[in-house]
Ligand binder design. Sequence first.
Ligand code: NDP
Length: 287
Amino acid sequence: MADQARIIDGKAAAAALRAEIGQEITAIKAERGLVPGLHVVLVGDDPASRVYVNSKEKLAGEIGMNSAVHRLPAETSEAELLAKVAALNADDSVDGILVQLPLPKHINPDRVIEAIDPAKDVDCFHPINVGRLANGQASLIPCTPLGSMILLKQTLPTLAGLEAVVIGRSGIVGRPMAQLLVQADCTVTIAHSRTRDLPAICRRADILVAAVGRPHFVRGDWIKPGATIIDVGINRLPDGKLAGDVDFAEAMKVAGAITPVPGGVGPMTIACLLRNTLTAFHARRGR
Ligand code: NDP
């Protein structure tokens, strides 16, 4: 085994995926005169959300996708937001709708997500899409788990039969990630805050996915030698730097391969949002 883990370059993988999507968009434009469209709704001015939305808009534009950001004031009522979503549902030029979370406290996010046409739900949070994923019938797959799966498939010759441990059971990351790993024939354990002896469980993992939200939480001695580590965590440290959920320096000495933070799963998440928009386009308008 090498002295140091291989770094899984999510930035490069995301750039390659975006280039591939861009080529497909160019071909669609040339052959059919259509352009897939992604519409993002941003309510209020949460600084982190603003950064995410700007980068989604910029990257969509770079690959020739139509993109629009609907910026609504923080005091927008739930009824006004639902009316906006209904208008986007009804607009045939809109293929993907994403309502940026978190929403201001006076708006119920579940009600808003359930109002999005499931065929345009590129975040894949609508209960219909969550159910399809659980049934293994999904065409739209939540962006962060989809990006993580692509990186795993590019890193490992096969996933079948491997032991996978996912730390975290959120609806956005942990649970869908575990479902995708099962569908890829891994043997999957989902760990969470009530899990007993987490280090021992992690040491079984050929694939370890950390989606906890705590910097440097997973230590080097929790890692099975040679394991592949997907670090989903994005944590802002007091000095302003970003850190993952895994102690990267320690993990580098034990793991076989690891995603860095930043530059790992994060860029893949946005690339997969663009992928989902194209998937939604094809599903709605045919190939
Ligand atoms: P949540 O807070 O919704 O979920 C965190 C999970 O971690 C929960 O299931 C929780 O368990 C579990 N957990 C918390 N503390 C412990 C502990 N001590 N031991 C074991 N498990 C624990 O977060 P998200 O899933 O939304 O996000 C997780 C991380 O991923 C965050 O850092 C977030 O910023 C990042 N993220 C990154 C994305 C990307 O593009 N790279 C996209 C989305 C998220 P319990 O259920 O018991 O409370």
